[in-house]
Design a protein around this ligand. Structure first.
Ligand SMILES: [Zn+2]
Length: 338
């Protein structure tokens, strides 16, 4: 699985430009499902046919990045974020465009970090003039972090763990599913999560699943002076209770907990005070879709190097597999079964 993760995190794919990631995942997952297809926004669906109720697991393919807003007379590029990027985390970082152009981020004169804002940042691609810069980059071109994957032993470090690690978990779970399932399962690889859960919105509408699950990273509270949070690296995947985008359906949450306990999969309960996932869009689709989320604990989410624990990833694959192979109750809609 390590080779798959390395390939996924090192692929270029800011929101709206997920093509390379989608092609890679399609190639990896195609042999494990009945069929794959893509929609107008670029979402990739990987389907295992089966009877109702139908489950949908969603991991997003896009990563945070920047977009070029202006090129000045000396060839410096001005940028603005795609998704939640803190400007101070980009200073000194290398960014890479789709076609391979690389630059470094620096800032104008400031008195302290507090003064650092997007208008103070610029991207230097080594162009000596506006004309030279324009030969390589256009207004509206996007760039994302340029960081290699590193295996630290028990932990992995990379850019875009959010949410290529979720994509890797779904690809691996799809590979390990038995030939026959009690219900239909769709693995969705969604687009544009980082800019507002946009891909999952249209995908859930099209698919009309009976249950929805996001598979995404979550923050942790186990680093020096971190905000208080009861999720740590290495203690198992987290079963989401809530974040800013969703209050997970209590019945779904309980069935997830029951599955983890029966299968002896370690788990944690997640209350994320800031941030959202695809479950936020899925549960609001049509008449409302009972939803939950499997979260992979991750340090330094949206920083240039995000860290996950190998055992959490392994257990997350197992949890998604066991959720897919357990028989889910058929919903009696409209009876207030919540
Ligand atoms: Zn994410």
């Amino acid at each position: 699985m390590e080779a798959l993760i390395k390939e996924l995190v090192e692929t270029y794919g800011p929101s709206g430009e997920e093509t390379a990631v989608r092609e890679l995942i399609d190639e990896k997952v195609r042999g494990s499902v009945d069929r794959t297809f893509t929609d107008n926004l670029g979402n990739l669906f990987a389907l295992r046919e089966g009877p109702a109720p139908r489950l949908m697991f969603s991991a997003h393919m896009d990563e945070i990045g920047v977009i070029v807003t202006h090129i000045d007379g000396n060839g410096f590029l001005r940028i603005t974020p795609i998704g939640g990027v803190a400007p101070h985390l980009l200073v000194g970082q290398r960014l890479r465009f789709k076609d391979g152009v690389i630059g470094t981020v620096y800032h104008e004169k400031i008195k302290g970090l507090k003064e650092l804002s997007w208008p103070k940042l610029y991207l230097d691609i080594g162009a000596a003039s506006r004309e030279a810069a324009k030969e390589r980059v256009r207004i509206g071109d996007m760039a994302c972090l340029h960081q290699p994957f590193v295996n630290l032993g028990e932990r992995y470090l990379a850019k875009a763990m959010d949410d290529r690690i979720g994509c890797a978990v779904l690809v691996e779970a799809a590979r390990r599913l038995p030939p026959s399932l009690p219900q239909g399962v769709c693995f969705l690889f969604s687009v544009q999560e980082e800019v507002g859960l946009r891909g999952a919105t249209t995908a859930a509408y099209r698919l009309e699943p009976d249950y929805g699950f996001a598979v995404d990273v979550t923050s942790v509270g186990d680093t020096p002076e971190a905000p208080l949070m009861a999720v740590s690296l290495g203690k198992g995947p987290a079963i989401k209770v809530k974040d800013s985008s969703v209050l997970c359906h209590p019945r779904v949450r309980e069935l997830m907990i029951e599955t983890a306990e029966r299968e002896k999969i370690p788990y944690q309960l997640e209350v994320l005070e800031r941030g959202g996932t695809d479950a936020g869009a899925i549960h609001l689709s049509r008449e409302g879709i009972p939803s939950g989320a499997v979260s992979i604990p991750c340090r330094y989410v949206h920083a240039p190097s995000e860290m996950v624990d190998v055992s959490d990833v392994r257990h997350a694959v197992n949890l998604v597999m066991k959720l897919s192979t357990r028989a889910w109750p058929l919903l009696d809609s409209g009876n207030g079964s919540r």
